[in-house]
Design a protein around this ligand. Structure first.
Ligand code: RIB
Ligand code: CA
Length: 326
């Protein structure tokens, strides 16, 4: 995509903290024409996830407000599983705790509401309208996208590319030793997408864990670049960053979802390898594991590559893009 062109994009999100940072980037990026934000259950339930997206839009105040449509309330097969313990019970670091100097809520009642349209219908209508120009950036479990494929495969197959935050190739999982959270929550949906034939870019933990955001940098940024957005970023990341401090000894967070938006904007930020990948849906210990065939003896005629998996990232260039867009 050249710098002068804008590209129609839909973000599919489960409404957590790093999702919010990614949506801030997308709303501020001139190169992305964010047509809609489709929402599903993952980090938090689908209704709260939609409210969190609306919260971000109200804070950023973009010239054009994207449609926000709610989708799947639970995974295709597995029982619901959320990350409220990591992102906060509201999915955005318990924003209700923050007050203005006069004691009024810093984050008052929302004025925007989600569309009455169903997210899966929105994805299919956009695929029909924009075809190969459309990129979908998937920041949560792949339930909405898999449901769209099950409902009308031929139409969704018209999209140009799906950039997926999910999985891992050469590094362990995060929510389990084997699985990354988005694929863990809905492994069946992830495998449906792996079999879709749609061009896929996997922004997995191999590169997401190379995009750390230290707490001190967020606090310095909020002090130097005082704004509603920088204050929101400092507020919503507090609990999320404390989780990493208490569980991984790093007071900060990893920019999983913002990196996926970054890759959609500038694919040169990462180096990829085309691999044949499957997602385990049955494993007692490995459910949600993304398994890439990296063997020298792999048989690509029988198992052709289905994913461009990101293995390296230019962290410095990505962090510059991140700060340019928040
Ligand atoms: O594993 C990280 C992913 O799971 C991110 O998308 C985060 O928001 C959660 O959805
Ligand atoms: Ca997410």
């Amino acid at each position: 995509m050249s710098n002068s062109q804008t590209r129609p994009v839909i973000i599919d999100t489960d409404g957590g903290v790093d999702d919010a940072l990614a949506i801030v980037m997308a709303l501020n990026c001139q190169q992305l024409d964010l047509k809609a934000v489709t929402v599903l259950a993952g980090n938090i339930n689908v209704n709260q996830a939609a409210n969190n997206v609306l919260r971000v839009i109200e804070i950023v105040q973009p010239k054009q407000t994207p449609l926000v449509a709610k989708g799947c309330e639970k995974p295709l097969v597995r029982p619901p599983f959320n990350a409220a313990g990591i992102h906060g019970s509201d999915g955005l670091g318990e924003l209700h705790q923050f007050k203005n100097a006069d004691g009024s809520p810093r984050y008052p009642q929302l004025t925007l509401e989600p569309s009455s349209e169903d997210a899966v219908d929105v994805l299919l209508k956009a695929a029909q309208e924009y075809g190969s120009e459309l990129a979908i950036v998937a920041l949560g479990p792949l339930t909405n996208i898999a449901t769209a494929l099950q409902r009308d495969r031929n139409t969704l197959q018209k999209v140009g590319r799906i950039v997926i935050m999910g999985g891992a190739v050469k590094v362990p999982g995060n929510i389990s030793a084997a699985a990354e959270f988005n694929f863990f929550v809905d492994p069946d949906a992830a495998q449906v997408v792996m079999e879709s034939g749609i061009p896929l870019t996997l922004v997995g933990l191999d590169v997401a864990m190379k995009a750390p955001l230290p707490r001190k940098d967020v606090e310095n940024y909020a002090q130097k670049q005082r704004s509603l957005v920088s204050q929101f970023i400092a507020d919503c990341t507090g609990i999320y960053m404390a989780f990493y401090r208490d569980n991984e000894g790093f007071h900060g967070c990893y920019l999983h979802d913002p990196l996926a938006v970054g890759v959609a904007i500038d694919p040169s930020l990462v180096s990829t390898e085309s691999v044949y990948m499957v997602v385990e849906t049955e494993g007692r210990f490995t459910s949600g594991m993304s398994l890439a065939d990296l063997r020298d003896r792999r048989d690509e005629s029988t198992f052709p590559p289905n994913v461009d998996a990101c293995l390296e990232v230019d962290t410095e260039r990505f962090m510059k893009l991140f700060y340019d867009l928040i």
